[in-house]
Design a protein around this ligand. Structure first.
Ligand SMILES: C[S@@+](CC[C@H](N)C(=O)[O-])C[C@H]1O[C@@H](n2cnc3c(N)ncnc32)[C@H](O)[C@@H]1O
Length: 402
């Protein structure tokens, strides 16, 4: 079994654009990704662009054989199987969904391996923890003598102002976890809290971050309960330790952002759009539908700080919410909303919120929609890097540092 000083041989399944690979990089462990596998050619081009040396296979995971897996002598499997069969808003077809087939194949292979990996990390959506597929996973892990710990974690707990609550499971063989295992945890073990580098020391917004025209507006804003900023996501929690969004936003001219302006056909959804400003400490989860859709697909950035435009928009929204009626909306209302200059987050900003390093890039031919799709499918690199460190941490590591 690999110890933390050996090079860990990693198999990255459902590798997409390499979120897991970037998390390994951030973890500081010595590793080698011996193979990355995904069927999506667009994601694979992006993966290969960022990790040109890595062996990347464009094949269905259901075609992998036990002997091929054994011959790889892997220490660790990192994987994020397709999440559509488990999403709260989806049909929840679970193990009946054809998209779960390849994952069930891996579960079938695991007990047959002569060289099972010492470590497994899986990421999926919230909802996976109550699925039949999860029951199948747990019974397979138990059959193969793995210990495991499940988590439901959001980047907001890590100081990153982005809702993306996800299910994670860490499993290891032979060696004990360095922390007490429990049922599904919604927090990190105490020993990992020092690793939360994204937390700010101060929770107060810097005054200079709030433009003067907006400071005038803060009192009525508080009175209306931040009406423009939907707080329903993740139980309405605001984590005061989060960085402000300004740390993740691009600097750009009006012209630069013109490609990202929200079109009129989506502005009609004004009252359900989560509108954020740079000093906010939260934005909603970006899905692969972002860019073509806005409702439930991610937040919008408000570029205007014009106090009159804001007041008019607040009034419009307050009235619309109270009347529960938007059927009469026409050009007049749209012109009020247009003045807010709402735009989509750019792919670069989303990559930053997902904690991809600045070195991450897309091949030139990637379209904006393709970027939104693959980012929406990906994961938070920083959260996973901390979980990888927890996975390999031994009780000996802990006692030698205490
Ligand atoms: C949730 S995404 C994983 C994203 C990845 N972790 C990342 O950082 O981009 C699921 C991925 O599984 C891939 N996939 C789905 N079914 C597959 C199969 N049968 N074999 C191989 N890859 C598959 C999809 O193309 C998609 O990229």
């Amino acid at each position: 079994m690999a110890s933390t000083v050996d090079v860990i041989r990693v198999l990255e399944l459902y590798s997409g654009i390499g979120g897991m690979h970037f998390a390994l990089l951030e973890s500081g462990l010595k590793y080698e990704v011996v193979a990355a596998i995904d069927i999506n050619p667009v994601a694979n081009k992006i993966y290969a662009h960022n990790f040109p040396q890595c062996k990347l296979l464009e094949i269905g995971i259901e075609t992998l054989t036990v002997s091929w897996l054994d011959d790889l002598r892997i220490d660790m499997i990192l994987m994020s199987p397709p999440c559509q069969p488990f999403t709260r808003v989806g049909k929840k077809r679970d193990c009946e969904d054809g998209r779960t087939r390849s994952f069930l194949h891996i579960l079938n292979c695991l007990p047959k391996l002569n060289n099972p990996p010492s470590y497994i990390l899986l990421e999926n959506v919230r909802g996976f923890e109550v699925s039949k597929t999860r029951e199948w996973l747990i019974s397979t892990l138990e059959e193969c003598n793995y210990q495991y710990q499940e988590f439901l974690l959001t980047p907001l707990q890590f100081g990153i102002p982005n809702s993306r609550c996800r299910y994670y499971i860490l499993a290891k063989r032979a060696e004990k976890f360095a922390f007490q295992t429990d049922s599904v945890r919604a927090d990190l073990p105490y020993l990992a809290t020092d690793w939360l580098v994204h937390k700010e020391t101060s929770s107060a917004p810097l005054k200079s971050e709030i433009p003067e025209s907006l400071q005038l507006f803060l009192n009525p804003w508080a009175k209306y309960g931040q009406i423009m900023h939907q707080a329903e996501d993740e139980e309405g929690h605001i984590y005061p330790g989060c960085k402000t969004l300004s740390a993740f936003l691009e600097d750009g001219t009006v012209e630069y952002f013109s490609e990202f302006l929200i079109p009129d056909k989506l502005l009609h959804l004004f009252i359900v759009i989560d509108i954020v400003l740079p000093f906010h400490r939260k934005c909603s989860c970006f899905t692969k539908r972002y860019g073509r859709f806005i409702q439930g697909a991610g937040s919008a950035v408000q570029m205007s700080y014009d106090a009159e435009a804001l007041e008019a928009a607040y009034n419009l929204k307050t009235n619309a919410v109270e009347m529960k009626n938007r059927s009469g909306w026409g050009d007049e209302e749209l012109s009020v909303i247009r003045k807010l200059k709402l735009r989509f987050f750019t792919p670069t900003e989303i990559a930053r919120l997902l904690c991809f390093p600045e070195s991450f890039s897309f091949p030139e031919a990637t379209t904006t929609h393709q970027k939104y799709r693959v980012l929406g499918n990906s994961l938070n690199v920083h959260v996973v890097s901390i979980l990888i460190r927890l996975l390999v941490l031994t009780t000996t590591d802990v006692s030698s540092h205490s």
